[in-house]
Design a protein around this ligand. Structure first.
Ligand code: ADP
Ligand code: MG
Length: 568
């Protein structure tokens, strides 16, 4: 051994290693190339792929282009036209800045770049084209080209078989590419994007500059037309975009899109802030659709934490979360029922540093306090009940509309809101016959843990040793129910949701259970004045259109819908 075992790695090996971080799959190539097209000021970007990008990816734009010299530099490591000094890093307005993408991609593919700068090379109407194979320059020559840049990647990972093996099925890889393109279509409505896969057009946006058009290009016209606009400023943070109404939801978070200063980001805190605003409005385990843009002073964020720049860190998480929650709540309150014209009295501050341990948040555990936004409901115009259908649905009229109310869901909402208000032991009703409840030690421990809250709701329970209890009274709303069974059910519910869940969420589920068990059932016959009272009480709640589980309490049919059905 000659004593010097430490060596500087050769450039092409460095690039391959860097490629491992930046270029994970065909979709990462698409992402980097689109970002370069956007940074180049393009108004059009066409993405063509074959075999989900494994055989070929071609991205063409009409941006500023590059000179022959610039093309050659662009494939060098850390060459970028976007930052020149350290200070720039804290004030980035472009998507790229690390100067790693092109050399990384070129080191793991057969790579070709064609470009023509505005006006042509040195006044000549000619551009240049350069070929690289596995990081090695093959060829550079002049070529007649339109203004802009085209990058062609063939046989991605041909020289890194281990990487290639990690690729998933074509359908999965294509799905990732579609996702990526969709994000940029929505983030840049002023750019006309087109995605063509094996000759088939999958996405095409007009580039007209309207966000709604861009959303329609991605999610379809039906979804786009029902979205609610968000426009909100909170301290120095602006939140804008579109969200779904509570009647539309999805089974996963894939439709929750966040852009910070136009950059698509992943930050779970943002998802939670959004979802919190929909709590009790949409069913459990369902998620809203959102395309939300957060505009914030670039000095307040750090996007440099991950090579793909997808992660973002905020200097103040809580401020951003509050802004998103308040923006969402404001937008939702305007549509919850426009007939009762709710008014926002204050954008409640929901999170504070000590209130919200990040660790809990990241594990997905709910630690949020209930909404502080209060709706002042004015101008109530109650519906007029005309008939109870199948002893389950109240058919009523509301001006020209026909409204069908689910009596159980409606009553659940009323009781839930009552239980959520200021409750005190006076809200309880003594039982005529005392109940004794025998528990096992575990159940007894759970009951004791939640005893104070249950007492506050109106359950008067007294332990008389050996895990046995006497139940003397129940919440007023629950007088007609089987009290003992309800207490046992609360205990098993608490047991099911487990220890980790936060107090707020526990109490919420107790209220939901008591409301559900105490509410009028489907099949209970109601007199007309009972129906009237139910409607009046329902309209006095904050969210008359949904039950505490987020399901609708009523269906509204307008006269024009009838006319359409009757073919008038
Ligand atoms: P970064 O985007 O981080 O600067 P890249 O490796 O992606 O690094 O690109 C290197 C440079 O090549 C860019 O800074 C830019 O000057 C130039 N470039 C890349 N793609 C294009 C394009 N489509 N149009 C014009 N210039 C481009
Ligand atoms: Mg780039």
């Amino acid at each position: 051994m000659n004593g010097s075992r430490i060596k500087v790695l050769p450039e092409d090996l460095i690039n391959k290693i860097a490629a491992g971080e930046v270029i994970e799959r065909p979709a990462s190539v698409v992402k980097e190339l689109i970002e370069n097209s956007i940074d180049a000021g393009s108004t059009r970007a066409m993405i063509e792929i074959h075999n989900a990008g494994t055989r070929m990816i071609r991205v063409s734009d009409n941006g500023c282009g590059m000179s022959k010299e610039e093309i050659q530099i662009s494939i060098e490591r850390h060459s970028t036209s976007k930052i020149t000094k350290l200070d720039d890093l804290f004030n980035i307005n472009t998507l790229g800045f690390r100067g790693e993408a092109l050399p990384s991609i070129a080191s793991v593919s057969r790579f070709e770049i064609r470009s023509m700068i505005k006006g042509g090379e040195a006044g000549l109407d000619v551009g240049s084209q350069l070929k690289v194979e596995g990081g090695k320059l093959k060829d550079i020559e002049d070529a007649a080209l339109p203004q802009g840049t085209t990058v062609i990647i063939k046989d991605l990972f041909f020289n890194t078989p281990a990487r290639r093996k990690f690729l998933k099925s074509d359908a999965t890889e294509l799905g990732h590419i579609g996702d990526i393109v969709s994000k940029y279509v929505m983030a840049y409505p002023q750019i006309a994007f087109e995605l063509i896969s094996d000759g088939k057009q999958l996405i095409s946006s007009s580039g007209i500059g309207k966000l709604k058009d861009a959303i329609a290009a991605v999610y379809g016209v039906d979804i786009a037309k029902d979205l609610i606009e968000v426009n909100f400023e909170f301290q120095s943070i602006k939140v804008s975009g579109f969200i779904s109404s509570p009647t539309t939801s999805r089974i996963d978070r894939n439709y929750e899109n966040f852009f910070v200063n136009r950059r698509y980001v992943h930050n779970f805190l943002l998802n939670r802030a959004l979802e919190n605003a929909y709590r009790t409005l949409i069913p459990l385990n369902r998620y809203p659709i959102a395309i939300l843009f957060v505009d914030i002073d670039p000095k307040q964020i750090d996007v440099n934490v991950h090579p793909t720049k997808k992660e973002v860190k905020f200097s103040n998480n809580y401020e951003v979360m509050n802004a998103i929650a308040a923006a969402t709540k404001e937008a939702l309150s305007a549509v919850i029922d426009n007939k009762i014209s709710p008014v926002i009295s204050q954008p409640g501050v929901v999170w504070e540093n000590d209130q919200l341990p990040i660790t809990n948040f990241e594990s997905g555990i709910e630690v949020l306090s209930p909404t502080n936004i209060e709706l002042n409901i004015t101008a109530i115009q109650p519906l007029i009940p005309i008939y109870q259908f199948k002893n389950t649905y109240i058919i009523s009229t509301d001006g020209d509309d026909l409204v069908i109310i689910d009596q159980h869901a409606a009553h659940e909402r009323i009781l839930y809101d009552r239980l959520s208000g200021k409750s005190s032991p006076e809200h309880s009703q003594p039982l005529l016959i005392l109940e004794t409840i025998d528990l096992n030690p575990k159940e007894s421990a759970i009951l004791n843990e939640n005893m104070d809250y249950l007492k506050g709701l109106g359950f008067d329970l007294e332990e008389f040793g050996n895990n046995s209890y006497i139940l003397r009274s129940v919440p007023y709303v629950a007088v007609k129910s089987n009290a003992k069974l309800m207490v046992l059910d609360i205990i098993s519910e608490l047991q099911n949701i487990g220890k980790t869940i936060q107090l707020d969420a526990k109490q919420e589920s107790i209220r939901k259970l008591v409301a559900c068990r105490s509410a009028i059932k489907a099949g209970d016959k109601l007199k007309i004045d009972e129906m009237n009272q139910l409607i009046k009480d329902l309209y006095a709640t904050q969210n008359p259109t949904t039950c505490p589980h987020g399901r609708p309490t009523m269906i509204r049919l307008t006269e024009s819908e009838f006319m359409k059905k009757f073919g008038r």
